[in-house]
Design a protein around this ligand. Structure first.
Ligand code: AMP
Ligand code: MG
Length: 427
């Protein structure tokens, strides 16, 4: 197979894909790598306040100007005291009460303790906290122990979360709840992030009618615009909805040029096969560059990848399940790179297939599956039912892709398979 190195600026990178059906389909992993190698991260940055950071990508290394926590503090509601005083029969005088946010200025001396609450700074002299459940309070207010802590127990040392000066995250970090929380904990109320790529979405096809309008015979509602819009929104790019275009080269050319002038990428659906009504690839070739169009995956073999001037072009097939599969497997990693993100390969788990799967060798197949636990607690997965690339509702029934390798044939009941869960874990 002809392999292509990244095309230099302004030079057409056409290769095995340039002439219709000729050429081998590219394996999924190779396609993913090639796209990610070609697209470049946006370089513009902006300063954004914490509340607007979810989903943004950090553009700088961040080091902590403080230690977190800033001082030794209590991990429990209890009593702070000196480890030297830990004994079965000892009685300690309680000299103060310390709440979180209210440091105690005095010292804890021998045979003394302070009542202390979670998060309150441990006072001078004390080095151990005994939890209140392990303390008996005498009628005279002194305390004894019902259970002895070990020296140093229940104290969170200064800097245990983040030492002073530590680098907490680097450029390319996707900012989710935990990252944003850490920024807040070191006192940052904003961060320098990459500009979000602006991505245009266009559905193509004479048969398409927007949802909300009645259908004439032969027409269908455009669902791809909505699905793509949702996937792009979740990814964190800025979405520009171009609506729908008929299968007409002049209209496509005008819309492609307009979008290329103001967007970082265009994602289209439909019209990328080599049928008479498929004008996306010829139009892209005419006004830009076509780098790649045939990927050995199912659903979704054709994918027109190229660019118009500085704007990257992803022409997805029209079938709604193919749109979702090619977006997740091929387009999303490239867009994440444009966003400035470090690569995040999808979580892949091994599960036992229930019921077998029919497949021909030649393409990597992303079947919709239902993942769960078998009686013995192991992960098991079964097909989510009919796998036609037009059966979008199968994506609702399913909770994972079953990834069947390119060279594999049909799989028997009980085979071990790779699955990619649809849902992330913590976000
Ligand atoms: P195409 O790739 O243009 O040959 O389209 C393949 C199939 O996907 C056809 O059945 C189209 O009607 C359907 N399709 C194309 N675009 C959309 C869309 N935006 N929403 C729903 N179905 C579509
Ligand atoms: Mg079409």
């Amino acid at each position: 197979m002809a392999r292509q190195t990244p095309a230099p600026e302004g030079v057409s990178g056409m290769d095995d894909c340039s002439d219709g059906h000729a050429g081998q389909a590219l394996p999924v992993a190779a396609a993913r790598e090639r796209l990610s190698a070609l697209v470049a991260p946006v370089t513009d940055t902006e300063v954004v306040a914490l509340a607007q950071l979810p989903g943004r990508v950090l553009a700088e290394a961040v080091s902590s100007p403080i230690a977190v926590p800033g001082a030794d503090n209590s991990a429990m509601d209890g009593y702070a005291l000196r480890a030297d005083d830990l004994a079965e029969d000892v009685r300690l005088e309680v000299i103060a009460t310390i709440y979180a946010g209210h440091p105690f200025q005095g010292q804890v001396g021998p045979r003394q303790a302070v009542r202390i609450f979670t998060g309150a700074p441990v006072p001078e002299g004390a080095d151990t906290v005994v939890m209140q459940e392990h303390v008996a309070v005498d009628p005279d207010g002194r305390i004894g122990f019902t259970r002895l802590p070990r020296p140093g127990d229940n104290i969170r040392p200064a800097g245990e979360d983040i030492p002073l000066g530590a680098e907490v995250m680097g450029p390319g970090t996707l900012l989710r709840a935990a990252e944003i929380g850490v920024l807040a904990s070191i006192g940052h109320d904003r961060a320098l992030v990459y500009r979000r790529p602006r991505v245009a979405v266009l559905a193509t096809g004479d048969e398409l009618v927007p949802p909300g309008q009645p259908l004439a015979p032969g027409q269908i509602h455009d669902s791809n615009s909505a699905t793509l819009g949702a996937m792009l929104w979740r990814l964190g790019v800025e979405v520009v909805d171009l609506g729908r275009a008929g299968d007409d080269p002049q209209t496509l050319e005008r819309l492609f040029r307009d979008a290329a002038a103001r967007c970082d990428a265009i994602v289209t659906s439909g019209g990328v096969s080599v049928g008479d009504a498929d004008h996306v690839m010829p139009t892209l070739k005419r006004i830009g560059e076509l780098h790649l169009w045939k990927i050995a995956m199912r659903p979704g073999r054709p994918l027109a990848f190229g660019r118009i001037d500085r704007c990257w072009f992803f022409g997805l097939p029209g079938n709604p399940v193919s749109v979702m599969a090619t977006f997740h497997q091929i387009v999303q990693p490239a867009l994440q790179r444009m966003m400035g993100m470090a690569p995040r390969p999808p979580l892949t788990l091994r599960a036992t297939l229930q019921g077998g799967l029919r497949k021909k060798p030649g393409r990597t197949e992303f079947s919709r599956g239902i993942l769960g636990h078998g009686e013995d607690g192991r992960l098991v997965v079964a097909s989510a039912g009919r796998q036609g690339s037009g059966i979008l509702s199968s994506m609702i029934r399913a909770n994972c892709f079953i990834v069947v390798p390119q060279d594999s044939g049909s799989l028997e009941d009980g085979a071990e398979v790779d699955v990619q869960p649809f849902d992330g874990f913590v976000w």
